[in-house]
Every structure is written in C-alpha cells, then in structure tokens.
Design a protein around this ligand. Structure first.
Ligand code: ZN
Ligand code: ZN
Length: 361
C-alpha cells in the first residue's frame, strides 16, 4: 500500500496539504460517524497509518526512495509497509486523530498506558549495510519491576475497591470531538481498569512499577538499509509501569561508511584507477567487494575513463526483497602530474608516433 494513495495526495504534496487530506479522510471514516461499519474503521486506521508515515520527514523520505518506511527482518519480525497499516490499531488511530487535532486523548477507550519509545542511533559499516548482520545494542530503559511484576502494588497487603468507578474499572463520560459529542465508556484512570487500589505500594519501585535498567539487546539488521531508515522493535522501549504496555525501541540508521565505494540505489560503484598504458593495453585488476574478499576484474584493451564493468550480485542486498544489486567497477585513468626523465622520453616518442595522433584536433 502507498500512503500517498491512501490519503489521495500528490507525491509533491506539502506537509500542510497532507494534514488537510488526513483530516478530511479521517473525519469521513471516523468510527463515531460510521458506527458498526468495519470498512470505514479499516479505512480510518489506514488513513492514520499513512499520515504517520508522511508526517515524519525521515519516514516519508525513506518511502520516496525505497517504497518502504520500516526495515524488515528485525528481531521483532515486524516490518514493511504492510506492518505499518496492519500494526496500526483502532486505538492508535483514535489517539493519533485526537492528538493531531488538539483534543486530549484521555477518552479514547480502554487502551492500556503505553510506555515511551527508546531511540538509538547506529552507524553501520559497509558489510553490515550490504549484507545485514546482528548488532548488540546497549540501552538504558525502564523495565517492569521484578518485585511487583510492574503493577506497582505490594500484593501481600491486599487492596481496596476503587471509589472512582466502584470497582467496575470503567467510567462513562461525554467525549467532545470535531464530529460532536459522544457518550463513551472509558477505563477508570484512577485504578487503570483494575477496579481496585492497592493498600500498600511496592517497596522495590516505590509504586512506580518500573525500574531503570541497562540491557544489551541483539538486533538483526536486514541487508540493504540506508541512512534514515529505522528498525522498530515492538515492546522493547520504556515500561510505563502500572499494568501498561512498553513502548518500542527504535534503531535509527545514523550513517553508513561506504569506504571507497559509492552507492547508487542497490548498486555499488568502485573507482578503479589505472595508468594510461594499462588502459590502452588492458589488464587484470583486483577489486574489493563488500563481502570482504576481492574479485579479479578484466579491463579490455582500449578502455576509456568512465567505462563501467558490471559484476552481478556483488552490490547491496535488496531491502525487503531477495537478491543483491551489482558491483560496478568504474575505470579512471590516472594522469601523473610529474614523470621521470626516462618516462618523458618514452612519452615524447609515443607522441611523435603518427598512429597515436588524435585526428581533427
Ligand atoms: Zn515494584
Ligand atoms: Zn477505578
């Protein structure tokens, strides 16, 4: 699916246009306006997912270039455009809608409290970017307190019935939206839907339900990543405590060191510098590959500067797809700024030879 198509905007649309299109589409398909219409609900989620992509410059850029916004094959097994839409729940869509249009998101149903995302920037070397790999990432994040399993309560002390909801865990309220007022049943925000209030707080976390902890997380990197891409590991971010759901860990590709290579989409270009006699006579040269080994490249006689020799499947891995790009060896003829006296004599002789004269000069 294409987020531009979902919102019905042009690829060159401004941020303002995108927001306008999102607002129109979201209001048209809003579940409050289309009760019981599952198609509208799906459409509403899609619209919110598309807006999430296009309102984030780095994700929009990644989609423009690679047709994807999320890297696949990550440790969570999530990724790709498909995931953006299918992973976007109705609650997420509702929350995004409310937040984007200036409403408090306090009344969007019985969704659990979400922890914050943790973002980590990583710099890749060529081999990791081309072939993928596994990285150990050090993160300091809030994890569920082991003593109370994240509830923040001392279970041995028992609990009282919540007075806000009389133990129901839910309260009904009037929600004001762009579309009018709606009566909704929401999770009780005093007891977080539990219906009970602990008599004593957990001493391990002082009732917060989480503790800060340093951890090392192994992350699988798919082949073919680019700068600006990120890998989302669901549920690996901060734990919010009190029965909440942890946020995500976002691994942002900060830079890639391509070494002597230049990247052109999935292809890699290696500049091979040779001498004028080598260009005229041809020869065999050793060229490095992103795999760490080298290949022999035959340069035919009479090769000009800028000529490219293609070595199939020695380039970057293709993100989201099978196979690899090519390695393009680009010949560059070196002209020395200084030559030895003996060489000068040889060059003069060569220049005097009529067969080496350039015609029509
Ligand atoms: Zn605790
Ligand atoms: Zn309550």
């Amino acid at each position: 699916m294409n987020p531009y198509e979902v919102l019905g905007v042009d690829r060159s649309a401004s941020a303002e246009d995108i927001k306008k299109a999102y607002r129109t589409a979201a209001m048209k398909n809003h579940p409050d306006r289309n009760p019981g219409d599952h198609k509208a609900e799906e459409r509403f989620k899609e619209v919110a997912g598309a807006y999430e992509v296009l309102s984030d410059p780095s994700r929009r850029d990644a989609f423009d270039r690679y047709g994807t916004t999320d890297a696949p094959g990550s440790a969570s097994g999530m990724g790709g455009m498909h995931d953006i839409f299918s992973g976007f729940g109705l609650d997420d869509a509702m929350r995004a809608f409310m937040e984007n249009f200036g409403f408090s998101s306090g009344g969007s149903g019985s969704r659990a409290v979400h922890g914050e995302d943790v973002s980590v920037r990583v710099n890749l070397d060529l081999e990791e970017a081309a072939l993928g790999g596994r990285r150990d990432i050090e993160v300091e994040r809030n994890v569920a307190c082991g003593k109370c399993s994240g509830t923040g309560a001392d279970a041995t002390a028992g609990s009282d019935t919540c007075r806000q909801c009389n133990g129901a865990g839910k309260v009904s309220s009037i929600r004001n939206t762009l579309l009018g007022s709606f009566r909704t049943v929401n999770q009780c925000n005093v007891c977080n839907g539990r219906g009970t209030i602990p008599k004593k707080l957990c001493t391990g976390c002082k009732g917060r339900g989480f503790k800060s902890k340093k951890s090392t997380i192994a992350v699988d990197l798919p082949a073919g990543l680019s700068k600006g891409h990120y890998i989302r590991l669901r549920g690996q971010g901060h734990h919010p405590g009190q029965d909440g759901v942890p946020g995500d860990l976002k691994l942002l590709i900060n830079s890639i060191d391509y070494g002597p290579f230049k990247r052109e989409e999935d292809d890699l270009v290696y500049p091979l510098t040779i001498s004028y006699p080598q260009a005229v006579l041809g020869g065999e040269f050793s060229v490095p590959t992103p795999d760490g080994d080298s290949i022999k490249v035959k340069v035919g006689s009479g090769t000009n500067s800028g000529t490219r020799f293609k070595h199939k499947h020695h380039g970057m891995g293709r993100l989201n797809r099978r196979g690899r790009g090519d390695l393009l060896v680009e010949v560059d003829i070196h002209v020395p700024s200084k030559v030895k006296r003996g060489d000068k004599e040889l060059l003069k002789k060569l220049d005097e030879s009529s067969s080496f004269q350039v015609k029509n000069r």
